[in-house]
Ligand binder design. Sequence first.
Ligand code: 3H9
Length: 678
Amino acid sequence: MSDPIRTERHGDVLHIVSDNPPVNALGASVRQGLERGIREAMGDDDVKAVVIRCDGRTFFAGADITEFGKPPVGPMLPDVCDLIEACDKPVVAAIHGTALGGGCEVALACHYRIAVPSAKLGLPEVKLGLIPGAAGTQRLPRLVGAQAALPLVVTGDPISARKAQEIGLLDAVVEGDLAEEATAFVRSKVGQPLPRTSQMNRNEDGVRNPAIFDDFRKQAGRKLHGFDAPNAAIEAVRAAGELPYAKGVERERELFMKLMMGTQSAAMRHYFFAERAAAKIEGVSGDVPLIPVNKVGIIGAGTMGGGIAMNFLSAGIPVTILEVEQAALDRGTGVIRKNYEATARKGRMTADQVEQAMGLLSPTLSYDDLAGCDLVIEAVFEDMAIKKEVFRRLDQVVKDGAILASNTSYLDIDEIARSTARPGYVLGLHFFSPANVMRLLEVVRGAETRDDVLATAMALAKTIGKVAVVSGVCDGFIGNRMLAKRQEQANALLMEGAKYWEVDEVMLDFGFPMGPFQMADLAGTDIGWHRDPSRVESVRDALCAAGRFGQKAGKGFYDYDETRQRKPSDEVEAIIADFAAREGRPQRSITADEIRERLLYPMVNEGALILDEGMAQRASDIDVVWINGYGWPLYTGGPMFWADTVGLTKVVEGLERHGLPVSDYLRRKAEAGERLTR
Ligand code: 3H9
């Protein structure tokens, strides 16, 4: 492997330049090169100042995550940072792209930092279940104050160059050629006292006013719930005020190492690579030519169709939306506008941007207006006969070579495709509700779906900010197929004596944002209901017959008050008791452990089946689906990674103990002592 670090002389200024694609991660050879470069500068009297910069698309985007968990190779990043800071000649970091994590810490160790206007700076380690580990939590507060450091370290969200300059993280934002600007900048500092971040004292704000830490914790509230790293991050920033620098660094190290050894960080690092792996399609090369998508058609302006449309409008792609009646069309477009206006009121969009997005929307009642679309997504009622009819019509009017997609959440895409003369151009695009908000997109690959069609869908997903996962054609695809197994057990538990709020509570404790019965209330208990109140064959039928349609009706499994606070309902308890008695099931008290195992282990088993059948490309794809589509807690890594941390033997034993099926695939993996994920 060639050396990723080179040095260049620009007169009396030494440039240390990294070229380590794709993101200039700070792997061992980069750290070695940085050390060599600084030593070269220190040992050469002709060098008066130093610039550290990167080739390629970005400044150092962080430590090399692939090295984590492997035997360390020196020099370590904290030592490299200390060496940079100790340099007796001014050193400036010249930043473009993203200076993240270890990259931001290298910049903090430099005496000065300048950046181009488009640059972003951040300490995203918490997103990997960590805190900055190269003195970032100690240097940053000393440079910008604890108050300004907290959001950066605790939320991990990067900030713009302008904002960084405002808080004092950047010394300058420069418009011209970055290398030249940096040379001139650092040359102007020769002979001046060197500002060393570790010796600064703006962190005293946290000592004068220690309430800022608790206030911040309160403010961040639920978002941090269950995650270890953000609390450790707050503690580290606090330590920066309370302890001398060297002691603070020790404290950071302790916290960092504890997190690094824990399962949360392992899970979140797994997720980081899982999300990126999901974008890759097995058997399809990365350079298959994509089909340009400049205009999208959407059939159905209901909640789903409208939400889907917003994704494209927000990305600047024109949308033609079709309904059968003018009233429904007006209602649908009205809701889209209302949603955008609500976003604008929250300050996340300007009034101009609202008009721009709405200007790209063409409502229509005529299929003929879809003729020129490159992609049409159908979001009509979940009924095979209706879908087939829609696809037959689309096939007739939409130009050749255009993609036809269904947003079905469980119907057979192959059967839908066969109703057209272009099955190769048909696939499923399963959005999750609310479709303008939820990040997950299941891209369903039919038996005949062409490679370029699939690759186009995956690329388009990225353009509209979705995390896409490829699924094969099976009932419920990846997500809903596994959800059905959880629901089956949730319902069975009620019949055996578990209370529905206990079941929900166990899932909340596990880290889900809501339990299965809260979810039923949110979605509406009447989804798919036969609408005959005299036909009561299930608890769900009984709820609907009693007008308990869920949150929208103010009552479902729970009773809701005006603030949507939920309370268990006596009426529902009586309904459930009645059904349990009818089934003749003996009632018993059921432990939280049993509830958790019976809800989650069957999902793992179903995931294993999905893998065995090739319906998911890899175990980590299943984790991506559940984390983004159903609120599975990120810090457990998703169902497949979680099962690996529990131990597959234990999962199999649990399934057997509860009399539940075990797939051959899961049993084989358990017996071989293997994992589901890598
Ligand atoms: C850290 O710094 C800890 C220190 O405090 C401790 C020091 C002691 N390492 O995302 P993309 C790969 S923790 C290794 O698709 P984009 C990525 O897997 C780190 N590999 O591009 C992918 O590979 P592939 C803190 C990495 O343009 C390829 O690069 N830093 C790393 O959409 C392209 O990535 C972070 O957490 C890495 N650090 O986004 C930043 N980063 O092509 C993590 C990326 O084989 N990175 N790869 O699938 C990011 O947020 C985004 O990658 C970035 C670019 C915004 C930079």
